[in-house]
Design a protein around this ligand. Structure first.
Ligand SMILES: C[S@@+](CC[C@H](N)C(=O)[O-])C[C@H]1O[C@@H](n2cnc3c(N)ncnc32)[C@H](O)[C@@H]1O
Length: 221
């Protein structure tokens, strides 16, 4: 069943301050996140622009900015955008919808999306991948993270606040097939267990995928 975007936005609006407090420095506690983000930077080089979709309070955006990447953040929740802008005033953050991106075709060099698909139905995941593929330039790089599994969890409370949203787990096969269906190539999955006492007890995956073609610097905006 399609997830209601208004409900997702409202849920994140209601927990934006608490979410920022809890997750702003999370990459410091997650060595594999750091390794993967460094690899993203190595692969993207000085190509731009790069966007962090479903950026939340902007912890990943900030991490990449600190590594020298020219990056902006986009999120559905207005309050998340407020928090991200407050904590990282040097970065541009915009409210927007990953399922209907307000970007021209082939306008971005890279996209990261950390746990941004966790509230999407399978159909919405496919729509998001189609949109990301559309806005990437040939050779553009996509880095995604998600929770591994095949269950749907209904959440009625998070960070001490009542909310009403679903939390989705996806299989490697579903995500790989979906990316391939959207014409991504060089799809590489890296799996890991959760970090005890740091994060929710679920197995996770990082995915690198490319839009076919060569990412040329001279095409850069
Ligand atoms: C689990 S949080 C992840 C936030 C952050 N990337 C992180 O790793 O902590 C999911 C985020 O995706 C955002 N989101 C959900 N649906 C979205 C959509 N259609 N377009 C843009 N952002 C969306 C939510 O507002 C929320 O900030």
């Amino acid at each position: 069943m399609e997830q209601d975007l208004n409900k997702i936005g409202q849920a994140y609006d209601s927990i934006a301050i608490e979410y920022a407090e809890k997750f702003l420095d999370e990459h410091e506690k997650k060595p594999m996140d750091q390794e993967i983000l460094h690899r993203f930077v190595q692969e993207i080089g000085d190509k731009k622009p790069i966007w962090d979709f479903g950026c939340g309070p902007g912890q990943t955006t900030k991490y990449l900015k600190n590594l020298g990447v020219e990056i902006s953040g986009l999120d559905l929740s207005e309050k998340n955008i407020e928090q991200a802008s407050l904590h990282h005033p040097e970065i541009n953050f915009h409210q927007g919808n990953m399922l209907a991106l307000d970007f021209d075709n082939g306008s971005l060099a890279g996209v990261v999306a950390f746990y941004a698909i966790v509230h999407f139905s399978e159909k919405q995941v496919e729509k998001a991948f189609h949109e990301i593929y559309r806005v990437l330039r040939p050779g553009g790089l996509f880095l995604l993270t998600f929770h591994l599994g095949n269950e749907t969890m209904h959440i009625e409370e998070f960070l001490g606040k009542p909310i009403d949203i679903n939390f989705m787990f996806f299989t490697v096969d579903f995500i790989s097939d979906c990316l391939a269906k959207c014409k991504f190539e060089k799809i590489e999955m890296i799996e890991r267990e959760h970090y005890p006492e740091v994060e929710y007890e679920s197995r996770r995956a990082y995915v690198f995928a490319r839009k076919p073609g060569e990412l040329l610097k001279k095409q850069c905006a």
